[in-house]
Write a protein that binds this ligand. Structure first.
Ligand SMILES: NC(=O)C1=CN([C@@H]2O[C@H](COP(=O)(O)OP(=O)(O)OC[C@H]3O[C@@H](n4cnc5c(N)ncnc54)[C@H](OP(=O)(O)O)[C@@H]3O)[C@@H](O)[C@H]2O)C=CC1
Ligand SMILES: O=C(O)CCC(=O)C(=O)O
Length: 451
């Protein structure tokens, strides 16, 4: 039996209920077969067995008091997956669906993504099953403080540097950083995505969305195409979606959709910059639902369905798809429909938003398909730039950070294509991203011996 198959079997056997983690491991491992043939030293030193096992995974109790004075208890996690090339690095997710398997899938993906950025960052991820929806600002603050009351002992600027993800934005980072500073009595780059006044980087809020569009633009350029005049479907309405919309508008495309977990909006006239500002205020300040957008602009609003279901059911034409909400939002039927409706490019702002069947359909139909670990790496890359600025106690201009982000995304695109070609899979961004990300980490692990 090949080492790859035996690693996959072992992962399934050890944690049978962690289905998202299995999905991520299978997707990566199946493309790494040729690296085992070319690098027998990786096999001999157990690199494949070791890379699927987190360095450590911490689970903890998060007790907090709600506005009615009642004690609530949530579960917190931090999975420190691999620090071969730098401190553990990856976001924190607050969402009721969070469990150990989801955090492990995200932490595992982060290893390869962070490696692709070329910056010195290992892979990690954390979160809680806490649901921020409908909570008051005071409740969010008390929860963030309770979460940090345990997390602080596991993190540090040279150890593990968390950031935001679903349900964790600037407000939550502020509360967590403020509490860390209080109990450790130190001002240090222990979190990224911080406010500009206390060590954050310009462009970090924009970086994941902008980076995804930069990556898509590079993919389109391989076929002599660009965003001008393209109809673009975006899912989600949060951080990544908002700045993807802003960048698509700048590049001359028309974004026709957004969604949250309550509804999908189809705006045939396009979500222009004014409407995007409205969406940002709605989501980031008023913390409302996207159906208010439909009331404001008299657009189509389909309750309880995601963007991809609506596009399939209504036969909506789309040139470029940017899934920016959550894992497995595009299933096989949705992928078939996107292909049928003319989609030529999919760049994943979210982590693992396409199911394995959807990925197969995109690739079989020659769609330019950019997996999340490459396409959305701009967020963590800019977190890496925030860490650099914190270490040197400097703040770079918006132009400087954005130009570095663009260069990094171009570099990731090239690394994916180069690795794919070097391993006989020309144009396959999945294989390219996995191999390019993996080989660097594997070589570092090899250098350390068995630890
Ligand atoms: N923030 C970052 O820097 C990075 C984020 N990512 C990934 O991007 C994705 C989005 O993250 P981000 O924008 O930060 O998170 P946000 O919390 O800011 O936004 C998430 C958006 O997706 C929607 N959403 C979540 N689940 C569903 C669902 N099941 N159906 C429909 N809509 C849903 C949310 O709606 P609702 O509010 O109703 O839940 C919300 O509008 C995630 O996969 C994340 O891991 C990747 C790299 C970096
Ligand atoms: O900025 C970071 O550290 C993490 C971003 C993130 O969570 C991700 O890339 O999925």
């Amino acid at each position: 039996m090949s080492v790859i198959k035996s690693v996959i079997d072992k992962v399934k056997h050890m944690d049978p209920d962690q289905k998202e983690f299995h999905q991520a491991v299978i997707e990566v491992m199946e493309t790494l077969e040729p690296t085992a043939e070319r690098h027998p030293e990786f096999v001999k030193n157990g690199i494949y067995e070791r890379i699927v096992e987190p360095e450590r995974a911490v689970q903890f109790r998060v007790p907090w008091v709600d506005d009615k004075g009642q004690v609530q208890v949530n579960r917190g996690f931090r999975v420190q997956f691999n620090n071969a090339i730098g401190p553990f690095k990856g976001g924190i997710r607050f969402h009721p669906s969070v469990n150990l398997g989801i955090i492990k899938f995200l932490g595992f993906e982060q290893i390869f993504k962070n490696s692709l950025t070329t910056l010195a960052m290992g892979g990690g991820k954390g979160g809680s099953d806490f649901d921020p929806k409908g909570k008051s600002d005071g409740e969010i603050m008390r929860f963030c403080q309770a979460f940090m009351r345990e997390l602080f002992r596991h993190i540090g600027p040279e150890t593990d540097v968390p950031a935001g993800d679903i349900g964790v934005g600037g407000r939550e980072i502020g509360y967590m950083y403020g509490y860390y500073k209080k109990i450790r009595n130190e001002h240090t780059g222990v979190l990224t995505g911080k406010g500009l006044e206390y060590g954050g980087s310009l462009i970090r809020p924009e970086a994941t969305g902008y980076g995804t569009v930069y990556f898509a633009s590079e993919m389109l350029a391989t076929r002599g195409l660009d965003f001008k005049g393209k109809r673009v479907a975006v899912s989600g309405a949060g951080n990544v979606a908002q700045y993807a919309i802003e960048k698509v508008n700048e590049m001359g495309g028309t974004v026709i959709s957004v969604c949250d977990s309550g509804a999908t909006i189809i705006d045939e006239a396009g979500i222009d910059n004014d409407k995007c500002c409205y969406l940002m205020e709605l989501k980031n300040v008023r913390r409302g639902r996207v159906n208010e957008y439909a009331d404001q602009y008299k657009t189509v609003c389909v309750e309880s369905k995601n963007v991809w279901d609506v596009i399939r059911e209504q036969g909506i034409k789309v040139d470029v798809a940017l899934p920016c909400a959550t894992q497995n939002e595009i299933d096989g039927a949705n992928a078939e429909a996107l292909v049928k409706n003319g989609c030529i490019c999919v760049a994943e702002g979210a982590n693992m938003p396409s199911s394995p069947e959807a990925v197969r359909i995109f690739q079989a139909n020659n769609v330019l398909y950019g997996p999340g670990k490459a396409a959305n790496a701009g967020g963590v890359a800019t977190s890496g730039l925030e860490m650099s600025q914190n270490s040197s106690k400097l703040s770079w201009t918006r132009e400087e950070v954005d130009s570095r982000l663009l260069l990094i995304m171009k570099g990731i695109h090239k690394s994916c294509l180069d690795a794919a070609e070097a391993y006989g899979k020309k144009g396959d961004y999945v294989t390219g991203a996995n191999i390019a990300g993996f080989v660097k980490v594997a070589k570092a692990m090899l250098a350390y011996g068995i630890v």
